[in-house]
Design a protein around this ligand. Structure first.
Ligand SMILES: [Cu+2]
Length: 152
């Protein structure tokens, strides 16, 4: 009877340890403040967010996935000649250890090309970000007006 009690106790403790480890793992990379610029069906828009790396190792954003658009790409903005802004696809974005990388207007963003349906202000949506170490992370995003964000 005592052995059984000890076994139950061990099972219980190992359960706690596993739960703790999972928790630590999932909190190494955090996606915060995710929002999508309001747009209509067929148009292009972008997803913005902050990636917080809580670990001592760099991680790399490799891709983004979303059901919202026909094509989803990670983009960066760059300065063209005549001070014009252009944007282009990037294959990865490194998130240095203990730091935050902001995906924001006129900077890094996830491009949503050809929306499958209208996005309305206040609507909640979701996208998946794929990291080399952290794996696939879901980001809950709110649809917002660009003007609203700029005045903030
Ligand atoms: Cu873009």
């Amino acid at each position: 009877m005592k052995i059984r009690t000890v076994l139950y106790l061990l099972l219980f403790i190992s359960g706690i340890i596993v739960a703790q480890q999972n928790k630590n793992q999932s909190s190494k990379i955090e996606i915060k403040e995710a929002w999508i610029r309001v747009a209509a069906q067929g148009a292009n828009t972008a997803l913005f967010f902050e990636v917080v790396n809580n670990s001592d190792k760099p991680d790399t954003l490799l891709a983004a996935e979303s059901e919202l658009a026909e094509v989803v790409e990670v983009h960066e903005t760059f300065k063209r000649e005549n001070d014009m802004m252009g944007m282009r696809k990037v294959n990865f974005v490194v998130i240095p250890p203990r730091s935050t990388v902001k995906f924001k207007p006129r900077d890094l963003h996830v491009m949503l090309i050809k929306l499958k349906s209208d996005l309305k202000v206040g609507e909640k949506s979701e996208a998946t970000l794929v990291f080399k170490n952290a794996g696939k992370l879901k980001a809950g995003a709110v649809v917002r007006d660009m003007q609203m964000m700029m005045n903030k």
